[in-house]
Write a protein that binds this ligand. Structure first.
Ligand code: PLP
Ligand code: COI
Length: 355
């Protein structure tokens, strides 16, 4: 699978950087894009023409298969700037691993490490001035792949594009969250594609999420497809709860295996907390909020970072969680993650990949 080990990356630099036009104090998530992008084509069973080119539009056939049948997957990751100017990626091999799992499930080709990680490093190195350094900000990285065969038969595309674009960002959520437990619509069923990061999982979330937002919620808490009895994840992040000295996160193959969640669980165990990855019923959660045993609840994801949940709506009632300022574990782990990602403390787990 390492056919690209010797593949050279062609670099075509932009003539004029857009950097001077960017207001780094006013970044909206995913709306500003850096100067360059990585593009590679999969043709005749091989990755070819791996190039870094000026960020720009694509030209596609209207019959492009991904536009019709949805062979489209993506990743979300971030690069951080240390105070001394060093630029670092956070656990990028985990994203590569998950990307290729998504690819397999959608009958798409794997992207080899040389193209994914090697391409990323070359791209970020070229656009390193785009990596913001202020606390809470970073360069969001969006690798994605889609089927490009211009054909309407329902079959796996015979050609694909792998592209990486990057965007300087601040926080995705600017306040703590009010989430609604969804008990009618379903995100993912067993045997389906819930664990994969494919475009369709997000498309199907838009209508139910809009309905919840019209009721004043920020996002949904998805529940299982069979009974709507078990908590799964939020639309853009995984969920974690604290009960006593145990950190609990719902886990199943209908849920995206989040890298932020994995990281928090590993840190929690390292610090001597218990951590449980298991089914969590809505009843367990609601009862725990009511009797005060659930002391912390938060959403965790690359874009979402760690965002406290303060209210949960379920069957017409609102359940309120303790004040985020008093949440010892959430605040400590967020501080630790920031210190690690911005290079202020020793990287004891070896999670930073310096570009
Ligand atoms: N769940 C969903 C649906 C997501 O979109 C994300 C974001 O990527 C996550 C969970 C968290 O995953 P990660 O921590 O790898 O970003
Ligand atoms: C991420 O956190 O990277 C995501 O993909 C969530 C969302 C922006 C789709």
């Amino acid at each position: 699978m390492n056919e690209a080990a010797t593949t050279a990356i062609r670099v075509e630099q932009t003539r004029q950087s857009k950097l001077p036009q960017v207001d780094f104090n006013n970044l909206k998530f995913g709306q500003t894009f850096s100067d360059h992008m990585l593009v590679a084509d999969y043709v005749d069973g091989h990755w070819t023409d791996v190039s870094i080119v000026p960020y720009g539009n694509l030209s596609l056939s209207p019959a492009t298969s991904a536009l019709h049948y949805g062979q489209a997957i993506f990743e979300g990751m971030k690069a951080y700037r240390f105070a001394n100017g060093t630029v670092s990626l956070f656990r990028p091999h985990k994203n590569l691993e998950r990307f290729n799992k998504s690819a397999l499930r959608l009958e798409m080709p794997e992207v080899p490490e040389d193209i994914f990680i090697g391409g990323l490093k070359t791209l970020i190195d070229l656009d390193r001035d785009w990596v913001p350094g202020a606390e809470g900000s970073s360069l969001y990285i969006r690798p994605f792949m889609f089927g490009t065969e211009p054909a309407l038969g329902v079959h796996p595309s015979d050609s694909y594009k792998f592209i990486v674009i990057t965007s300087p960002v601040g926080a995705y959520y600017h306040k703590s969250l009010r989430l609604k437990v969804e008990t009618h619509f379903t995100r993912a069923a067993e045997g389906g594609v819930g664990f994969s990061k494919n475009a369709g999982n997000y498309a199907l979330s838009l209508h139910p999420t809009r309905l919840a937002q019209q009721e004043g919620f920020d996002q949904l808490i998805w529940t299982d497809a069979n009974e709507h009895k078990y908590v799964e994840e939020a639309g853009t992040a995984n969920l974690l709860f604290r009960v006593g000295d145990t950190i609990i996160t719902p886990s199943s193959d209908t849920i995206l295996h989040g890298i932020t969640r994995r990281t928090i669980i590993e840190i929690a165990r390292h610090w001597g907390y218990q951590a449980e990855e298991r089914k969590v019923s809505v009843k367990e959660l609601i009862d725990g909020i009511e009797d005060g045993s659930v002391t912390e609840a938060f959403a965790a994801g690359t874009a979402a970072t760690l965002t406290p949940i303060t209210e949960i709506g379920y069957e017409g009632r609102i359940y309120t969680l303790p004040d985020p300022a008093k949440r010892v574990f959430s605040n400590k782990v967020l501080q630790y993650l920031n210190d690690l990602r911005y290079g202020r403390i020793d990287d004891e787990f070896g999670w930073n990949l310096i570009v």
